[in-house]
Design a protein. Structure first.
Length: 736
């Protein structure tokens, strides 16, 4: 107890960049902690007279899951004692006999426990149908408990032949040999929220035999086991689902939309495209039709604290400058997105405004009861706006914990590159001198100024022929060649590949055999320059590559773990994913000016999953496409410096990494998703044993809070960033 209080005191005052945040007074936190220490435990009950039956089942199927969830548990012989049930959030019983001393008292205590918010899962027999004293429970005693979990009971014990099974395949462990004789009784389900996992089909009908709901469930008699006593249904998964039946990060999307779906999936939310649970189970509901707003269940959902995002077609339209409004978004300043046509719904007078066109609100939020309604115009649903949509969702939520990657990178595409000795008026010197004496030195200083590690991507030719024709183009400059040799051995720079030439490796561009030959030649060329160089990342020429070409690339360069593409493209490799063992890394941000364009591109993923990836080219200044205003290099460098200054000042928690660290971080993010569960007075965040620490999260809370197993590392304008330091983290809500 004393150690726990000392540990909690670390979170009383949290240092941030804006000063000291006072989370809660010492006395109140200690009182809350004392009350909290009695929660988050499961009680496992068995009968000692049953020769180890209950302990065997509980040890084999239930206890491993509890350990994985970091859930404390007590294994107790119910024939010796029945502990104080108020100390537990779940009771799991496993008996095969129907008799129990003081059966009425036992059922009454369980009924009171469930009424007070507890949950129960019964394996095999309820275990309290009879009392050896003769004072056995009646139907009212039994139903007083079972009715609370959505079940009605009447006497009807019998045995029947099971001819078929209707099973939720997600829970099935093994097939059952049929027909088989099984026991049945008078259990029926009346609650529509109870999920039936197994129906037993007999000649007399279909009978629910394994099921659960929000307050618990049952695996009736021996239906969960085969003739050898081995489980055929995943009992551990059922217990996990019952424990986690509280709200988790799950969204209901009532009409398929790729941008909305990917927005929430990138933040590791579960996305249902049809209702699987009561609306109260969802952290947000996304709808497109006006009629749905008038449904009573949707109205009640909002009134009771839910967040609805409405993507309804506009009734008005406007054309003008679209602006992201800083007042209600987590952005560093008002950001001008550019000239847009928008069909929209007018904002109510009490709305909080997220986006405007020439001063007219086009995206907004209103509070209704305890909840919120967000309007987002469907015209603006694009990749660039995903982060803004998610930002609006965060603002609308009274309480949300959302995982983030927390990493950014800076790529120098096409570097090193061939130089031709051509003088350009805009630089006042030759391309060779500009690339290797001016641009590179300036970019090194910029990276050092903002503690960024550059990733460079070598290109050897711009001939764009779909075949290997040697390396003469690159070798015509001794300066270029010597620079590459030096760079390959540098310790503070990571050199990757940008291709043999700049023709995108797509099936429509390359014969697979020719592509393979060009990569083999590139590998041989690099091996002549450095015996120690092994490439770890590849940037697709023109940011275009298909998955078939990635497989060819990996065949020649198996060390490649990252393939850089473009986020704003619409291709099969423009979303973040682990493809086989390769991280597809769509870069979000490019160029130098205007800074507001760079910020728009960055917010697309930074406000969604806490990451962005910048790329630039040494020849940007001489490119009419990338330097349309013909600005000089000093201006472009100044704009880029201003961009990183704004990012560093407003998002100081962002981490910059080596390529290997970046790969490991993304792989861990997608493959080891945290379990997030919302309780009345706390949020549990749990990582499995394979996950790496630390992990990071956005937190939006309208209540005071304190943290166990993690630390608040940033807070501004209501958005917090949390660092998770232990595999179980709890956000304790101190009021509401």
């Amino acid at each position: 107890m004393i150690n726990a209080i000392i540990e909690m005191s670390k979170f009383l005052f949290v240092e941030t960049t804006s000063g000291v945040i006072h989370v809660k007074k010492m006395f109140l936190v200690m009182l809350f902690l004392i009350s909290y220490l009695t929660l988050s435990r499961t009680l496992l009950l068995y009968k000692g007279s049953e020769d180890g039956y209950g302990t065997d089942v509980l040890s084999s199927y239930i206890i491993p899951v509890l350990k994985n969830l970091y859930e404390d548990y007590d294994l107790v012989d119910v024939e010796k004692e029945l502990p104080d049930l108020s100390e537990y959030d779940l009771v799991v019983t496993c008996y095969y006999s129907s008799k129990m001393r003081n059966a009425k008292i036992y059922l009454k205590k369980l009924s009171e426990y469930v009424l007070n918010g507890g949950k129960i899962f019964v394996i095999n027999n309820l275990g309290a149908f009879e009392d050896p004293s003769g004072d056995s429970p009646g139907l009212s005693d039994i139903n007083a408990l079972l009715n609370l979990i959505g079940v009605r009971y009447e006497y009807n014990w019998r045995q029947e032949d099971v001819l078929d099974l209707k099973v939720d395949q997600e829970y099935l462990l093994k097939r059952v040999t049929l027909p088989v004789r099984k026991s049945f009784d008078g259990f029926s389900i009346f609650s529509p929220t109870v999920k039936v996992l197994m129906y037993a089909v007999t000649s007399r009908g279909n009978y629910p035999v394994i099921f659960y709901g929000e307050r618990g469930g049952m695996a009736i008699f021996e239906h969960a086991f085969d003739e050898r006593g081995n489980a055929v249904i995943d009992l551990g998964k059922i217990v996990r689902d019952i424990l986690l039946f509280n709200k988790t990060n799950r969204i209901l999307l009532l009409k398929e939309n790729t941008h909305v779906k990917k927005t929430f999936e990138n933040a590791l939310f579960e996305v249902d495209t049809s209702p699987r649970y009561p609306l109260s189970y969802y952290k947000g509901v996304v709808i497109t039709e006006d009629t749905l707003l008038e449904r009573e269940d949707v109205k009640n959902y909002i009134e009771n604290g839910g967040s609805v995002i409405f993507l309804g077609k506009g009734t008005h339209s406007i054309t003008g400058n679209l602006v992201l409004e800083k007042k209600h978004l987590y952005i560093p300043e008002n950001i001008n997105v550019g000239y847009h046509y928008v069909s929209y719904r007018p904002a109510p007078q009490d709305a909080e405004v997220f986006m405007t066109v020439d001063g007219t609100p086009v995206s907004w939020m209103v509070k209704r009861g305890k909840g919120t309604l967000v309007y987002f115009p469907p015209d603006l649903l694009e990749k660039w706006s995903r982060g803004i949509l998610f930002n609006e969702f965060l603002v609308s939520s009274g309480l949300i914990v959302s995982p983030i990657v927390n990493v950014f990178s800076i790529f120098f595409d096409d570097f090193p590159l061939p130089s031709y000795g051509i003088k350009h008026d805009i630089t006042g010197t030759t391309d060779e001198i500009f690339y290797y004496k001016i641009w590179w030195e300036d970019m090194k200083k910029l990276c050092k100024e903002y503690s960024m590690r550059p990733f460079t991507a070598l290109i050897t030719s711009y001939n764009n022929k779909p075949e290997y024709v040697g390396f003469l183009e690159f070798l015509q400059s001794r300066v270029t060649l010597d620079f590459l040799k030096t760079l390959l051995e540098a310790k503070d720079v990571n050199v990757g590949l940008h291709g043999y030439n700049h023709l995108p490796p797509l099936q429509k561009n390359w014969n697979p055999d020719e592509l393979k030959i060009s990569y083999k030649a590139l590998k041989t060329f690099l091996n002549e320059l450095s015996k120690s160089y092994v490439p770890f990342f590849f940037v697709a020429p023109n940011n275009e590559i298909d998955k078939a070409s990635i497989e060819i690339l990996k065949e020649i360069f198996p060390s490649i773990k990252i393939v850089g593409t473009s986020y704003l493209a619409e291709t099969e490799t423009s979303e973040y994913e682990i493809f086989e063992d390769v991280l597809i890394l769509p870069r979000t941000t490019s160029g130098h000016y205007p800074v507001q364009r760079l910020l728009v591109e960055t917010m697309s993923t930074l406000l969604n999953m806490g990451t962005f990836h910048y790329f630039t080219h040494p020849d940007d200044v001489i490119s009419s496409n990338r330097n349309p205003e013909s600005r000089n290099w000093e201006y472009m460098l100044g704009q880029l410096r201003e961009f990183f200054r704004v990012i560093k000042r407003n998002y100081p928690w962002l981490r910059n990494m080596t390529p290997e660290e970046l790969y490991d971080t993304f792989k861990d993010y997608f493959e080891n998703k945290p379990t997030i569960v919302y309780h009345k007075d706390k949020i549990n965040v749990i990582l499995n044993s394979r996950a790496k620490l630390p992990r990071y999260f956005f937190l939006k809370s309208d209540q005071d809070f304190s943290i166990q197993g993690g630390e608040l590392i940033y807070e501004r304008n209501g958005l917090c960033v949390i660092e998770m330091k232990e595999r179980k983290m709890e956000v304790l809500l101190n009021g509401g």
